[in-house]
Design a protein around this ligand. Structure first.
Ligand code: ADP
Ligand code: TYD
Length: 213
């Protein structure tokens, strides 16, 4: 029996999270994991309010958005239908495309990061990732990829903002390095190279988790 894991993917927009999630899922399934893939903002009621704001259908202050993510995350963890806690209890390895480090970086760019960390402390107390995978790309590469892929930009997808968000990611990683397991990988390489590095790290975490049990 393999030990189920909780893994969060992080990075600025277009860093390659979705691509790497898919590649990691294949590897995990081959090695015997039942895998549940999810993301934030969620597809739930609070997530849909957030998406309306990002797509400019409705407006909200940055502090309101930060608060909505706190609620969306708790729902993501606790909802009885397909909440991450329930999936973990059922033995799934859960992979989420974004978790609380996204809040630290994206909202820390607009308000004190300590407030953001504190307001997410309940989620961190409920479920802390066995591994946070941060895929690093420059804001220039991010903007190139985003412009190549679509015609309209979401709220936080500007060069200036992504530059701030990237530096806030590094600030949060440094601040929390003792509490959190964080793996940083360079995202401006071939998807296969990145996937191989991620798989090596996940395999290492998996073997440590099995020894602990
Ligand atoms: P995210 O989920 O972080 O937004 P995606 O995986 O959707 O990122 O990738 C964003 C865009 O960049 C897509 O068009 C994807 O094909 C491309 N892409 C992903 N990984 C790489 C990579 N390592 N090198 C070049 N392009 C990539
Ligand atoms: P996402 O759909 O993952 O976008 P992408 O695939 O382009 O990375 O995330 C949507 C946006 O939500 C993204 O700009 C980051 C933002 N976000 C926050 O601002 N705070 C958060 O807590 C989370 C989880 C995401």
């Amino acid at each position: 029996m393999v030990k189920n894991l909780f893994i969060a993917f992080e990075g600025i927009d277009g860093c390659g999270k979705s691509t790497q999630v898919k590649l990691l899922v294949e590897k995990l399934r081959q090695s015997g994991h039942r895998v549940y893939v999810t993301c934030e903002p969620t597809g739930g009621p609070i997530g849909s309010i957030i998406r309306d704001i990002f797509n400019h259908r409705t407006e909200a202050d940055h502090r309101t958005i930060a608060g909505l993510f706190v609620a969306d995350r708790l729902d993501h963890l606790l909802n009885k239908k397909d909440g991450m806690l329930k999936m973990m209890e059922e033995g799934y390895t859960v992979i989420t495309d974004r978790y609380y480090f996204s809040s630290y970086a994206y909202h820390g760019a607009h308000m004190p990061m300590d407030w953001v960390i504190e307001s997410n402390s309940m989620s961190a107390g409920i479920l802390r990732p066995d591994l946070n995978i941060y895929i690093d790309i420059s804001p220039e590469v991010s903007m190139q990829r985003l412009h190549a892929g679509r015609s309209s930009m979401e709220l936080y997808e500007t060069m200036e903002n992504l530059t701030r968000v990237r530096s806030k990611y590094f600030e949060a990683i440094e601040k929390l390095k003792l509490q959190e397991k964080i793996f940083i990988t360079e995202g401006d390489r071939s998807p296969e190279n990145i996937a191989a590095e991620i798989w090596a790290e996940v395999s290492r975490i998996e073997s440590t988790a099995s020894i602990k049990d």
